[in-house]
Write a protein that binds this ligand. Structure first.
Ligand code: AFP
Length: 314
């Protein structure tokens, strides 16, 4: 088992990782190692400590102690890697690393949601971590700069999903959380059986949003846990649509463009699915503000075509 603050001493994912070069693999291995550490901490009862604080992150979300701890774990694992030029997360703003060393080789920005779904901590429901490895070009990153993205889901088992230009693979953690083994390649079903949205916000949806959700809900079961990674993973397996729309009072939505939509849009598309923001745009737009939030629609190709058509016609 990995311990807190330890840099990776072995490859937790079976190597080689398809679609990634040595530097990119090293970054993904460090992320995977950190997810095993987090899974072990959750298993060993770290969530039994204080479950809430008076602190808020810069998005105004209440921080649980685990938010800070997991952010620190990813930060310390990634800062030691020469290929990492910067890290930005939902919990801490962009931090440049390796600036004084061989900065020419520090080519990658790592985007992170270190503990996704932290309001689930109190009830023991599923949690996740989300990441993207992005080639730095000097301009604000776009979905086109992502070289790898994925997520971990922590529940009764720990799953790590990695998307690269060559496809999407899922890995399952060993019972002792020492390593991951390859489980299967993932391809999102084209139609799907479920949809995930917080129906409690329906009264604040625009008519286009209502029409889009109505279109995907017909013939599908609603499944929503409050953790994006968990809900998205179900969509990856069973197909359907995950949506976190904007509302009349919050048209820009709640989920983060860089820490949530860009990574998951990359995964969805690499698995044959589709992604859109609130305008139904097929491309994930360039935003200078790393902390931007956005409406999110992700899922199977067929229902997403209906969503995109409705949103672009609004
Ligand atoms: P927290 O990490 O603050 O719990 O937020 C999780 C999240 O960003 C995402 O994982 C969920 O899909 C979404 O928020 C749930 O938000 P609602 O509770 O508003 O439905």
């Amino acid at each position: 088992m990995a311990t807190q603050g330890q840099s990776p001493s072995h490859a937790p994912l079976p190597a080689p990782l398809r679609g990634l070069d040595e530097a990119q693999s090293e970054i993904v291995q460090a992320i995977a190692e950190t997810t095993l550490t987090i899974a072990a901490l959750l298993r060993d009862g770290v969530a039994d400590g204080p479950r809430t604080t008076n602190r808020k992150n810069r998005f105004g979300d209440t921080q649980v102690p685990l938010d800070r701890l997991t952010d620190d774990l990813f930060g310390s694992a990634l800062r030691t890697l020469k290929a990492v030029g910067a890290v930005a997360s939902e919990e801490s703003p962009l931090t440049e690393v390796n600036a004084s060393s061989d900065s020419a080789s520090a080519r990658y920005l790592v985007l992170l949601d270190p503990l996704d779904g932290s309001s689930n901590v109190a009830s023991g429901a599923g949690l996740g971590s989300i990441f993207a490895v992005v080639l730095q070009t000097g301009a604000p990153p776009t979905s086109g700069d992502v070289v790898a993205a994925g997520y971990a889901v922590y529940s009764w088992e720990t799953t790590f999903v990695l998307a690269t230009a060559e496809g999407v693979d899922s890995f399952r953690a060993a019972v002792d959380l020492s390593t991951y083994s390859f489980e299967k390649a993932l391809q999102m079903p084209t139609e799907g059986t479920t949809y995930a949205v917080n129906e409690g916000t329906r009264g604040k949806w625009t008519s286009a949003t209502q029409a889009a959700i109505d279109a995907v809900s017909v013939g599908r079961s609603a499944r929503y846990s409050g953790c994006f990674a968990v809900d998205f993973h179900r969509i990856m397996l069973d197909g359907g649509v995950f949506a976190y729309p904007g509302t009349i009072d919050r048209p820009e939505g709640k989920l983060r463009l860089f820490y949530e939509l860009i990574p998951m849009a990359y995964v969805a598309r690499a698995a044959g699915g589709e992604a859109a923001d609130g305008d139904g745009a097929l491309g994930v737009t360039l935003a200078a503000d790393l902390d931007a939030t956005t409406p999110v629609y992700l899922g199977s190709r067929e229902p997403m075509q209906a969503v995109i058509r409705i949103l672009t016609e609004q």
